[in-house]
Design a protein around this ligand. Sequence first.
Ligand SMILES: [Cu+2]
Length: 296
Amino acid sequence: MAVPTALITLLIGMVLTLAGLWVGHNVNLLPVDASSNAPVYDALFEVLFSIGTVLFLGIVGLLIYSLVRFRRRAGDLGDGAAIEGNLPLEIVWTAIPAVVVLFVGIYSYDIYERMGGMASFHDHSAMQVATQQVAYQSASVEATQDPPAERIWGGIGRSTQDGVSPVVLPVDVTAMQFAFIFHYPGPGITAGELHVPLGQPVRLRMEAKDVIHAFWVPQFRLKQDVIPGQPTLLTFTPTRAGSYPIVCAELCGPYHGGMRSTVVVHEPEAFDDWLKSNTPATLASASGGISTKSIS
Ligand SMILES: [Cu+2]
């Protein structure tokens, strides 16, 4: 007795689905997760990897099966069967990719939205941080001609659990060919590496001096363009102490490949020590007063 084709197809489909789920869940291609955004991103990656595995095994399996099953036999010199069109088959192989692509698109958008990627930054806290930092900058940098209400795009990495908003550490990031410069407006520290405390939200306000760069930390699962004349924001909360690479992810010139830095996630006490040992002496000694350094 012959097993019906539909049953075989169903069984193969179930085996493929289980294999895909297993691979997506057990094979990890990502670096360690070190920010609060990482779990959300990793969940998306797991789904994409599962779908990719099912498609890969299904397509390659069918290909190899057909190569063997329908190979030319010795002495067979005739033409193949003349087949013209198969409407149900064409509907199926159009519908399945359409459903997969729609699902992936909607799910990805949902993740992006939950990370704050679509935030237009008209909400209060963001604007306050932005204006504070603009005020700080215009005091030190030569006056810009027109100071209209600044528009800031891209809130990627906004905390997904926005119940209480704890104190945010603001850092100004300047990108240029071929380096990142980090400036801490509060203590007046300028550094070539980014130092942040574990568990505290950090808001980077980024702007480029020359061409478009991109700030990328794979372990944070975050990437944001850094654009000349158009500040962008990137907010994240580090969840794992350690040193992680900062990579420029936008081809920005001949030494783009060497445009790297490091983000160091400290335990809170160690971060305080770092702040103390790097705060300029003039600011550290002035007890809340105006620094005299800018006058001399
Ligand atoms: Cu760059």
